[in-house]
Design a protein around this ligand. Structure first.
Ligand SMILES: Nc1ncnc2c1ncn2[C@@H]1O[C@H](COP(=O)(O)OP(=O)(O)OP(=O)(O)O)[C@@H](O)[C@H]1O
Ligand SMILES: [Mg+2]
Length: 290
């Protein structure tokens, strides 16, 4: 098969890992830079160019769409879908999962547990904070990534001033219950084609509440509990993601979905667990070839 990895970073670990996994299965792999495409609609059908060459011989794509490239990246994925090219994650699924509020709304339709969350543009910040019993809250900007844009407001005063600052700067955000009992740890599960293929627990470094590996967190392989597996698979299915990373917080009232990532980084989880996730993704594509 001709499989194209859509990525702006040819040398990135995840891109390389997927490339090698595809080559090992004798596929013709290529990395195509999302910024080099021209999307067009001609004679009422979609046409696609890479540089000045027409693209019409690709059987499947693996989108690796970064947060800074969501609009063009998802538009490109939709173009491939219109051309009947298989993709493990659709444009719609990328867009829905990327937004930390939209994804929670959709998960709530299937009663998948998430932390109590309120969309930021609140009519009355003071009474909104009362809903959290004046406990510390997490304030998250909706476009954040790698832990940047996640604020722990420990006091009522800092929560109010943060909300006012974000409101006057026209930044979209959510206010979220702080799950203190998870003690800076969360679980990242990778789901491929309705199966949990790998999972790790991430622990934040001393003095930090965010567990992101980019922020110095550490990680170890874990086995999910039945309840954690159920909500991780439920989240992937509800958001219609054939491949995703599901982040789970362990709270007093059971596991909660924190976010679902349509372009999960593979380096941390492959090196922590020793599992070849890229191989699973290629296998999924093989089962769905056109
Ligand atoms: N409600 C919460 N309670 C406790 N800890 C939280 C909460 N929300 C976030 N955290 C911690 O902060 C980290 C970063 O938050 P989150 O995953 O929502 O944003 P992000 O990492 O910036 O987004 P992305 O994963 O898309 O890059 C989480 O991994 C978790 O450790
Ligand atoms: Mg995160």
């Amino acid at each position: 098969m001709n499989i194209a990895i859509l990525s702006r970073g040819e040398s990135l670990y995840s891109t390389q890992s997927l490339f090698k996994a595809g080559e090992a299965r004798n596929h013709d792999m290529e990395v195509l830079d999302t910024s080099m495409f021209t999307l067009s609609i001609e004679n009422n059908v979609p046409a696609l160019y890479y540089g000045d060459e027409i693209v019409d011989d690709i059987d499947a794509i693996i989108p690796r769409i970064g947060a800074s490239n969501t609009y063009m990246g998802s538009s490109l994925v939709r173009h491939f879908e219109a051309m009947d090219v298989f993709t493990p994650v659709t444009a719609e699924a990328i867009l829905q999962s990327r937004n930390k509020w939209t994804s929670f709304q959709i998960l709530s339709m299937k009663k998948i547990p998430v932390p109590r969350t309120i969309l930021g543009n609140v009519y009355d910040a003071k009474s909104t904070l009362k809903a959290f019993n004046n406990n510390p809250v997490i304030i998250k900007v909706l476009q954040g990534t790698h832990g940047a844009g996640v604020i722990l407001a420990e006091t009522y005063q800092s929560a109010i001033s943060t909300i006012e600052t974000l409101n006057t700067s026209n930044v979209r955000f959510v206010i979220q219950e702080y799950i203190a009992e998870s003690k800076g740890a969360d679980i990242r599960a990778i789901v491929v084609d309705g199966v949990i293929v790998a999972a790790m627990k991430r622990q934040s470094k001393e003095g930090e509440f965010r567990s992101n590996l980019h922020l110095g967190g550490s990680s170890e392989a874990v086995q999910l509990s039945p309840e954690e597996s159920k909500i991780a698979l439920g989240a992937a299915k509800t958001l219609k993601l054939g491949v995703c990373g599901v982040d789970i917080l362990q709270s007093k009232r059971g596991p909660l979905i924190l976010e679902v990532n349509s372009t999960p980084g593979l380096e941390g989880v492959e090196t922590t667990t020793g599992i070849d996730i890229s191989r699973s993704i290629i296998g999924y594509i093989e089962r769905n070839k056109r």
